[in-house]
Design a binder for this molecule. Structure first.
Ligand SMILES: Nc1ncnc2c1ncn2[C@@H]1O[C@H](COP(=O)(O)OP(=O)(O)O)[C@@H](O)[C@H]1O
Ligand SMILES: [Mg+2]
Length: 209
């Protein structure tokens, strides 16, 4: 049996990741492909508990947060993502390792080499096949996050922080063009959905259907 493909959505706060993860899943299901939508941090009971800890207790030390994310990711990969891919299911994750690279690496300046090592033990060899980076100007990201109601720590962050996070995602797209596609998050939800679908078709479906 053909292995499933692993697709991740990345980007700043309120870029439209969760909205588009669901829409893409519906399209893939429509094309007859078994699909699983999951999210990070989270994805397993243990991972959801860790998500709760991070959101509730706001670790003071960035390394604490990095290690909690890594722990959740290891479980997620081993007990959910990899088994699903093995049985031919397509997996869509709402945030994944690039968020760690950007938030803990670029924003909190934790050494890239340490983060890469953690990826090696938590993700390898099942790195995402395709990463859709929804890109939004920092001002818009801030504005949408503020009107969404519940504010995470990053939602409430300053403009410069949103700017830095945006740059971080764009740098990843630039350095790994085979894996990443930048999607314009300023389009209407329907048009973002169409751009996502086009990327998935070009990069993945053309090869399997
Ligand atoms: N393309 C879009 N244009 C305008 N608003 C959008 C768009 N996509 C999502 N939104 C709105 O922005 C907010 C954040 O969307 P969401 O999908 O939860 O983003 P994320 O998961 O990236 O934080 C929601 O209120 C949603 O309705
Ligand atoms: Mg979301």
């Amino acid at each position: 049996m053909l292995r499933g493909k692993f697709i991740t959505f990345e980007g700043g706060e309120a870029a439209g990741k969760s909205t588009q993860a669901k829409r893409l899943a519906a399209r893939l299901e429509g094309a007859g492909l078994g699909t699983l939508v999951t999210r990070e941090p989270g994805g397993t009971p243990l991972g959801e508990d860790i998500r709760g800890l991070i959101l509730k207790d706001h670790p003071q030390e960035p390394v604490t947060e990095l290690l909690l994310f890594a722990a959740a990711r290891a479980e997620h990969m081993t007990s959910v993502i990899r088994p699903a891919l093995d049985e031919g299911t397509w997996v869509i994750s709402d945030r994944f390792m690039d968020s760690t690279r950007v938030y803990q690496g670029k924003h909190y300046r934790i050494e890239r080499e340490f983060i890469s090592q953690l990826e090696k033990y938590t993700v390898a060899p099942d790195y995402p096949t395709l990463t859709l980076i929804i890109d939004l100007p920092a001002e818009v990201s801030m504005e949408r996050a503020n009107t969404r109601g519940t504010l995470s720590r990053y939602d409430a962050a300053r403009l410069e922080t949103h700017q830095l996070l945006r740059e971080g995602f764009l740098e990843i797209a630039d350095s790994e063009p085979d894996r990443c596609v930048i999607i314009d998050g300023m389009l209407t939800p329907d048009n973002v959905e169409a751009a996502v679908w086009q990327a998935v078709n070009e990069r993945l479906l053309a090869k399997v259907l």
